[in-house]
Design a protein around this ligand. Sequence first.
Ligand code: SF4
Length: 119
Amino acid sequence: MAETRILTCINCPMGCELTVGVEDGKVVSVSGNTCKRGELYAESEITAPTRTITTTVITAEGRPVPVKTAQPIPKGMIFECTAAIKSAEVHLPVKVGQVIIDDLLGTGAKVTATKSVSE
Ligand code: SF4
């Protein structure tokens, strides 16, 4: 069955509003995009939406460390992935870029520190 979805492309600050025609779970048309990336975004958002998680981990010493997923994870796993990141055991000192989790819940995504935090 055909349907129309309205999405906002998040690939750049222009935030183009995309009108996406979807039929049987597949993208059949995209309009409103200013560049090709909007079309690719619509395709992935409809068929396999992903997100990057940014959050903080509290170290064993009680200091917060900002972290993010180095690769996007499936949108449907955001809640459980965030919970897994929050429960990671981390000790100071932490260096920017340090891998906190190597493979987040089997998604293949690494979680890395986005800031150095020392004792
Ligand atoms: S379609 Fe292109 S120009 Fe528009 S928001 Fe997406 S990346 Fe930016």
